[in-house]
Design a protein around this ligand. Structure first.
Ligand code: ADP
Length: 590
């Protein structure tokens, strides 16, 4: 009989080396020690396996057994994912907490999907229909906000022999499919190895924006559906608020939030706060379309390493159903540090800053799993997975290896800066240091669906902000008096763009979200003011009078105009005209 047990020869923190492991493959799951701790093979040399263990290895030592499972680290996919709070290897933290309290008992074996709960399966195919991997055969209303599609699992294609309707657990058969050589039972649950991207028919070019309702993002640094972005988060810069705003307002059906424990209790905060958020569109708890993956800082580093893969695999699964999925990973720096620690224990040759040489490759592979795709199964089904990673370099240093590796692959950088937060400019995203490589990609969408000149207006506004930065430099050197009236007008308009447009109060009922049409109307109004004021100055009006116009206050308050009263923003143009014309009239009278 085949030897089914290895023996530990060395333990180094979360890393265990065992011999007698011939037959195991890379990334196979093993159970370590008598407590059967969960581990994964991350290096194989002959029958010697290096294993990263996802639980505390205290008390485990040489001579203890290791049991191979001959299966890769996989997640369970099916009804029950939504609203779940998982750890890095998909153990349901909320259920574990109910059963054993806050500290996870080692070796605990609770499956990712509840085995007892029954879900109502409604077929969307019938006996005789031909199906293949990815075909939707039915659906399950999972929460008020999400109806899961049940898809044919990998390795199966053929003709449906039987399909049932009714209440089933995830492991009871709901259909039978006749393949070339046999009949296979289909369940609502399927498994997928986390380190392998789920397949699709074709990657589609990204073309649509993923509006977030946050003006600085949508207008100036948009992310596309299926796109990638990264955001650094110095302490107190408003990262949590941005993340919540994004989860609540971005045009995504499903939110996957991966939290890798940062400082002390931070992850616990996420666990406490996220479940309190409300989905603004439905008024339901946001959790009803969210999957949370959390690593508190007392969990072993290896689990952190796995959590990003667990999260993105679950995200791909929802993408395959045809959803727009947004995945937020916070913070990928902690993930990279976990990689560094494991690599150090493997005694690999370190690369930059002690990170493994494959750091960039791993980061790139992760973000490459984002995208807009034509899914498998049904030819017209498309889905998208947008990925937003936060980074937290030590000391906020952007030359950090993780930041650099990330910036090489992501297309958007929202530069969240603590000095802006300190000046109470929220969201504290720098308009000068951020960028989006999607502005050209989404240009046509904006022109067709929002306003023909939206893109050009955003560009014009950005030019004014850049000019303001230059002028401020001049003021620092030679003082404000040296500025020409037209420069002073630029300063006034740039101030308005910053305060009236970029500033956005996440806690104000109306200001918290701005549609693209409202963003366009707001920007249009500010630029209209600029053009008209310029004309009026050419006719002799004084900049000092322009700076004092009452209509400026009306412009400042346009952000509080409700979405269904946008014509009120346009009407302010009339007030601009009449107030400015008075300035030249008095000129003439004089
Ligand atoms: P971090 O997570 O970076 O430590 P938070 O997201 O908790 O910071 O933000 C810190 C504080 O900044 C918040 O409590 C809030 O008062 C303020 N803040 C951040 N973003 C906004 C915003 N968009 N609108 C209004 N206030 C904000």
């Amino acid at each position: 009989m085949k030897e089914t047990k290895g023996t530990i020869v060395k333990v180094s923190g979360p890393l265990v080396v065992a011999n007698g492991m011939a037959g195991s493959k890379m990334y196979d799951v093993v159970r370590v020690g008598d407590q059967k701790l969960i581990g994964e093979v991350i290096r194989l040399e002959g029958d010697l396996a290096s294993i990263q263990v996802y639980e505390e290895t205290g008390g485990i030592g040489p001579g203890d057994p290791v049991y191979p499972t001959f299966e890769p680290l996989s997640v369970e996919l099916g009804p029950g994912l939504i609203q779940a709070i998982y750890d890095g290897i998909q153990r349901p933290l909320n259920i574990i907490r109910e059963q054993v309290g806050d500290y996870i008992t080692r070796g605990i074996d609770i499956p990712g999907l509840d085995r007892k709960k029954r879900w109502h399966f409604k077929p969307e195919k019938k006996a005789g229909d031909k199906v293949k991997l990815g075909s939707v055969i039915g659906s399950v209303p999972e929460t008020e906000l999400v109806t899961q599609k049940i898809m044919v699992p990998p390795g199966i294609s053929g003709e449906i022999v039987e399909i049932k309707e009714g209440d089933f657990t995830v492991t009871e058969p709901i259909a039978r499919i006749k393949t070339d050589d046999e009949e296979k039972e289909i369940y609502m649950m399927q498994r997928w190895p986390v380190r392998r991207a789920r397949p699709y028919q074709a990657k589609l070019p990204v073309s649509q924006p993923l509006p977030t309702g946050q003006r600085v993002i949508d207008t100036f640094f948009p992310i596309a559906k299926g796109g990638t972005a990264c955001v650094p988060g110095p302490f107190g810069s408003g990262k949590t608020v941005i993340q919540h705003q994004f989860a609540k307002w971005s045009d995504a059906d499903i939110i996957i939030f991966i939290g890798c424990g940062e400082r002390g209790n931070e992850m616990t905060d996420v666990l406490l706060e996220f479940p309190k958020l409300t989905d603004p569109k439905s008024g339901q708890p946001l959790m009803k379309r969210t999957v949370l993956i959390a690593n508190t800082s007392n969990m072993p580093v290896a689990a952190r390493e796995a959590s990003v893969y667990t999260g993105i695999t679950i995200a791909e699964y929802f993408r395959d159903m045809g959803f727009s999925v947004a995945l937020q990973a916070d913070s990928t720096s902690r993930w990279a540090e976990a990689m560094r620690e494991i690599s150090g224990r493997l005694e690999e040759m370190p690369g930059e800053e002690g990170y493994p040489a494959y750091l960039s490759a791993r980061i790139a592979e992760f973000y490459e799993r984002a995208g807009s795709v034509r899914t498998l199964g049904d030819s017209d089904k498309t889905g998208s997975l947008s990925v937003i990673g936060s980074i937290s370099p030590p000391g906020g240093d952007l030359s950090d290896a993780v930041v650099q590796a990330t910036l090489r692959v992501v297309k958007v950088f929202w530069s969240l800066e603590d000095k802006l937060a300190f000046a109470r400019h929220f969201p504290a995203i720098s308009w000068l240091n951020s960028y989006s490589l999607y502005t050209d990609t989404v240009k046509d969408f904006f022109a067709e669906k929002v306003a023909k000149d939206f893109f050009d207006q955003a560009k014009a506004a950005m030019l004014l902000l850049e000019k303001e930065a230059e002028l401020e430099e001049i003021i620092r050197l030679v003082g404000k008096d040296s500025l020409s009236p037209s420069d002073r007008l630029i300063l006034e308009v740039a101030r308005s763009i910053r305060e009236d447009f970029l500033h956005q109060n996440a806690f104000h009922e109306i200001d918290t979200y701005t549609s693209l049409s409202k963003q366009s109307a707001m920007l249009d109004l500010i630029l209209y003011f600029y053009e008209k004021a310029k004309d009026t100055m050419e006719k002799g009006a004084d900049i000092t009078d322009i700076e004092k116009l009452a209509v400026l206050e009306r412009i400042a308050r346009m952000k509080y105009i409700p979405e269904n009263e946008l014509e009120k923003i346009k009407k302010i143009k009339g007030e601009i005209d009449s107030e400015l014309s008075k300035l030249t009239q008095t000129e003439e009278v004089k």
